[in-house]
Design a protein around this ligand. Structure first.
Ligand code: CP
Ligand code: NVA
Length: 314
């Protein structure tokens, strides 16, 4: 049994397989053809949200139903988690009744404790430290736009050697980009304000030549194939919002910053976005932005991931 708690839980060959499956599954969806590997026997996904969500909830829930399965949705407030039932006991109980669990929570240690007591695979739907499903979707999106072979199939090898510029907070998304770079062989240029740097110990990556830190976000974007950012204040850090608004003022992705990147560079943002804060409207609503594809692709890649965790390679 495999869990997906952080990006480095899978190998490069497993990612190549997932991109190929996501492409197949997306084609079925676009052709309005049924694809229901979870219909018989019926498979159930439990989703536990301790933080808000739009994309993660809809993509997992719609994806599971489309594949013929069922979904149970819990939040802290409407479950016994909100009344201090231990996460270990919650894991023991829920995993006796469902086939798969997705959790969005605060500390990574909490999802790890859940997984340690679960009988079924557990997927990280975002923690303070990581957001692996989002990076899975982002990489698939990059391959769709820039990594197709002449016969139309995706070439996961096209990710090798590209440069991703990360502008903003050294947060769960930044940590996950670093893990992905190490596994899939690309480079990350990171620029964060002082005090908001990535901690390699938290990110779970060595200091290495695959990532480089820049004081100036403009410099980080120079020659990049992809420029990406995220909110200045992640969920759970709201008390720091005022200080963050001041500290991050120069870390807004502007048209001038995009002009430093390659002319064919893409812009990504996991969403939700704040136009005029971490990104200008001209960028996120401009021709280089692929944010709506990123959001849609959450569903296609997660279908491939759920299929792999439950049924293995097909
Ligand atoms: N990107 C993302 O995870 O969005 P939600 O918070 O809406 O799920
Ligand atoms: N870094 C953001 C991502 C939201 C999808 C957060 O954790 O709130």
């Amino acid at each position: 049994m495999k869990h997906y708690l952080q990006f480095k839980d899978l190998r490069a060959d497993e990612y190549a397989y997932l991109f190929e499956r996501a492409d197949f599954i997306k084609r079925k969806f676009k052709a309005v053809e049924k694809y229901q590997p979870f219909a018989d026997p019926d498979r159930t996904l439990a989703m536990i949200f301790e933080k808000a969500s739009t994309r993660t909830r809809v993509s997992f829930e719609a994806g599971m139903y489309q594949m013929g399965g069922s979904v149970v949705h819990l939040t802290t407030g409407d479950s016994q988690l909100g009344r201090s039932e231990p996460i270990e006991d919650t894991a023991r109980v829920i995993s006796r009744m469902v086939d798969l669990v997705m959790i969005r929570t605060f500390e990574q240690s909490k999802i790890e404790r859940f997984a340690a007591h679960s009988r079924v695979p557990v997927i990280n739907g975002l923690t303070n430290e990581f957001h692996p499903c989002q990076i899975l979707a982002d990489l698939f999106t990059w391959l769709e736009h820039r990594g197709r072979r002449s016969d139309g199939t995706l070439d996961p090898g096209a990710l090798r050697g590209i440069t991703v510029a990360w502008v903003g907070d050294g947060n769960n998304m930044a940590n996950t980009w670093l893990q992905a770079a190490q596994i899939l062989g690309f480079r990350v240029h990171i620029s964060t304000p002082r005090g908001y740097e990535v901690d390699p110990a938290v990110a779970g990556v060595p200091r290495g030549d695959f990532w480089q830190v820049f004081d100036d976000p403009m410099e980080a974007c120079r020659g990049a194939d992809l420029v990406t950012t995220d909110v200045w204040t992640s969920m759970g850090y709201e008390a720091e919002n005022e200080a963050r608004q001041k500290a991050f003022a120069a870390w807004r992705v502007t048209p001038a910053m995009m002009a430093q990147a390659k002319p064919e560079a893409l812009f990504m943002h996991c969403l939700p976005a704040h136009r005029g804060e971490e990104v200008d409207a001209e960028v996120i609503d401009g021709p280089q932005s692929v944010v709506w594809d990123e959001a849609e692709n959450r569903m296609h890649v997660q279908k491939a991931l759920m299929e792999y965790l439950l049924l293995g390679r097909l």
